[in-house]
Structure formats: C-alpha cells, structure tokens
Design a protein around this ligand. Structure first.
Ligand SMILES: Cc1cc2nc3c(=O)[nH]c(=O)nc-3n(C[C@H](O)[C@H](O)[C@H](O)COP(=O)(O)O)c2cc1C
Length: 322
C-alpha cells in the first residue's frame, strides 16, 4: 500500500477493529476514525485516537475546526472508507440513505470506494432485510468482505464474525491499487502435501512444507489477482487475503481444483500430491501381525493431466520433484 493513503475508518466497536487500525498505521496509511454513539459504548474512542494519532469523530455537531465542516471534509479527503465492523443497523441506514449521525452523514457525502465488513448474529446476517440491503449496496458499487464462520459473541456458532484484519487489509490494498498486472485475474494455486489414509491413525504422504505454493499465492495476491489457494497439510502458515480451501487426500484436491478450474485464468500446481493411495482404508487401526505387511495401492487421479485435457484459455503451470 502506498504510504500516503488516507483511510477513513469507521465504526470500530471491537478489538479486531483496533488491530486493523494499528495494522493500517504500520503500513503507513493516514487513518481517521469515526464511531457511532453505540460503538463508543463498546470501546473508548481514546483507544483509536492513541492508535491513529488523529481525533476520533463521534458527534456531527462537535465542530473543532471553524474553517471546514468535519463530515464533508473527512468524506472529501478519504481515498477509501472502511466500515469495520458494520452492524445490521448501519447497513440498513446506508442502503436507504439515512443521515442521522456523524457516520451516516459522512457516508452519504463520501465519493471514494467503500468497503464494508459486516459482523452480526448469524440469523441477523441471513435475514431477508439485511440480505436485501447488502444487495442494494453491492449494486451501487459498495464492496463487502464476508464475515467468517465461528463462535459469535452472542454464543451462536455460524457466519457472522467480522473478517480477519489481515484479510481486510488485503481487500483495502486491492481497492486502492486496482491496476496491478494481475488485477481482474483469478489464480488457482495448490500447495502442501496430500495424505492417503491407511487407517484412522496412519497415512501415506509426501514431505511438503507448503512454503513454495504459499509464496506463489502471496505473490499473485500482491500482483492484484483474486487467489484461491487449495492446500493439503502444511507446516507453514498460509497467507491472508485469499480464499483458502483445506484438503487432505489427492482425491479431495482433485475435486477442489476441478470445482475452481473453469473460471480460473492461471493455475499453478505446486502441491506434492501422492501418486498412489491404499485400495482400501481400514476403519479401525490395523493391528500388528506377522513380520511383513503388504499394502495394495491404486493410482490417484492425475490432476495436471486432467486439467491439461480440459483446459480452454487457462495458463497451466505444473511442478515435479526430480
Ligand atoms: C452486547 C451487544 C452486542 C451487539 N452486537 C451487534 C453486532 O455484532 N452486530 C449488529 O448488527 N448489532 C449488534 N448489536 C446491536 C447494535 O448495537 C444496535 O443495532 C445499534 O443500534 C447499532 O447502532 P449503530 O449501527 O449506530 O452502531 C449489539 C448490541 C449489544 C447490546
């Protein structure tokens, strides 16, 4: 991210938002934080003032600088507006053009790209009214970053957790720098190894850290691509800012890659896929017996060969350890 970017960052009711704010500051962005009256009940504006080194705006009528009108000035100066987390209420207000506080008024005045990171109870997120409001906003060009699945503050487990700060940073980066060499391209990368089950506690596999595929995926992301990373078991940490599909066996990887293949532009297959798998996977741990044990193996589907046969415009890259 260029270090002169000015980000208007609003809402900020949780500690993930504080983490996001500090990540943006560390990347060199100028961050101005705005909070709603309900947001300040959850976390103090002082936290964001200390992180951003800028005054935090809450009240529309708290005009500190007589030479400008604060909500218009901030709206005009933002390169991007990020709403994290976005409540169902705020999404509704945005969709219907309400302007009854500092934040909603600024949002109507802003002409820069807007990124919304919803966070709410799973049933609220699935409510037809919320869905409809999000669709309206999407049609107007507002970008959404989907919430993740997990334990929600309300006690439910489901979709509704605000996206991870590092994924929001990557989304902001791609909005601010839309003309990178791989912008608009979908890159599918495979990484890691596969595990072919012998029984519930044993498997045949290859040694692979996943580092090569992760580095390729990260480079494609930084060049502006939409990246889908299909990874088998790995020891390295996968990069943020992309869709990660975790798989175990070669057959799982085959299925995941085939499902993503048709609309991909570039496919880079760096995973260490097992060539063979046991004909049968024992349901119970195989007991020790006799001096030798014979395992009968069958060939796994050849992913690269299948893609080669089906490819139309895709650019295919295969890796092999020799
Ligand atoms: C403890 C607590 C947690 C809440 N969490 C959320 C939430 O995650 N998402 C949401 O949309 N509303 C949540 N709400 C409801 C909002 O605070 C409420 O709709 C409020 O009017 C939103 O105002 P705002 O959009 O102006 O910030 C929560 C309320 C409480 C009391």
């Amino acid at each position: 991210m260029r270090d002169d970017r000015r980000i208007l960052f609003v809402k900020c009711i949780n500690f993930k938002a504080a983490d996001l704010c500090s990540k943006l500051i560390r990347l060199g962005a100028e961050v101005h934080v705005m909070m709603t009256a309900s947001a300040v009940k959850f976390i103090s504006p002082l936290t964001f003032q200390a992180l951003s080194k800028q005054p935090v705006k809450v009240d529309t009528f708290d005009e500190q600088d007589a030479s400008v009108i604060a909500h218009i000035d901030l709206a005009d100066r933002a390169d991007v507006v990020v709403i994290a987390p976005a409540t169902a209420n705020l999404i509704g207000k945005m969709a219907h053009g309400l302007a009854d506080d500092m934040l909603s008024t600024t949002l109507l005045a802003a002409t820069s790209p807007v990124l919304v990171a919803p966070a709410m109870n799973v049933h609220m997120y699935d409510h037809p009214a919320v869905r409809h409001n999000m669709k309206l906003l999407e049609e107007r060009g507002v970008r959404f970053i989907d919430p993740g699945v997990g334990q929600l503050a309300c006690g439910y487990v489901g979709k509704g957790r605000m996206a991870e700060p590092e994924d929001i940073v990557e989304a902001i980066r791609s909005m601010l720098e839309p003309n990178l060499p791989l912008s608009g391209k979908k890159v599918l990368v495979t990484a890691g190894s596969t595990q072919e089950r012998i029984d519930p506690v044993r498997y045949i596999g290859n040694d692979a850290s996943g580092k090569t595929g992760f580095a390729i995926a990260q480079a494609a992301r930084d060049l502006g691509a939409e990246v889908v990373l299909v990874s088998g078991p790995s020891t390295a940490e996968p990069p943020a800012g992309m869709e990660l599909i975790r798989v175990m066996s070669a057959q799982d990887m085959f299925d995941a890659v085939l499902a993503e293949f048709a609309d991909s532009d570039i496919i880079i297959k760096s995973a260490a896929v097992a060539d063979y798998r046991p004909v049968e996977t024992a349901k119970q741990k195989i007991k020790k017996q006799g001096d030798t044990l014979t395992l009968k193996l069958v060939k796994n589907p050849d992913i690269l060969q299948t893609l080669g046969e089906r490819k139309t415009n895709q650019f295919l890259v295969g890796f092999a350890a020799e």
